[in-house]
Design a protein around this ligand. Structure first.
Ligand SMILES: [Zn+2]
Length: 61
């Protein structure tokens, strides 16, 4: 429904905190699935774009 709205290296702030306490994620790869790295614990997750749009609160410059 929408094009890729986030770019590689964008920092995304999630509504919910990661179990490590952080809530900022760096975009490593974009596409149908997004690859994100937690900026606090460096864990990497894969999130479908459709779900990501609901999880992100804002982007950080
Ligand atoms: Zn984390």
């Amino acid at each position: 429904m929408s094009a890729n709205i986030y770019k590689e290296n964008d920092i995304l702030v999630f509504k919910k905190n990661h179990p490590c306490g952080g809530n900022s994620w760096k975009v490593l790869r974009v596409g149908v699935d997004y690859k994100l790295e937690c900026t606090t614990c460096k864990r990497i997750i894969i999130v479908p774009r459709f779900d990501l749009n609901k999880m992100v609160k804002k982007t950080k410059e």
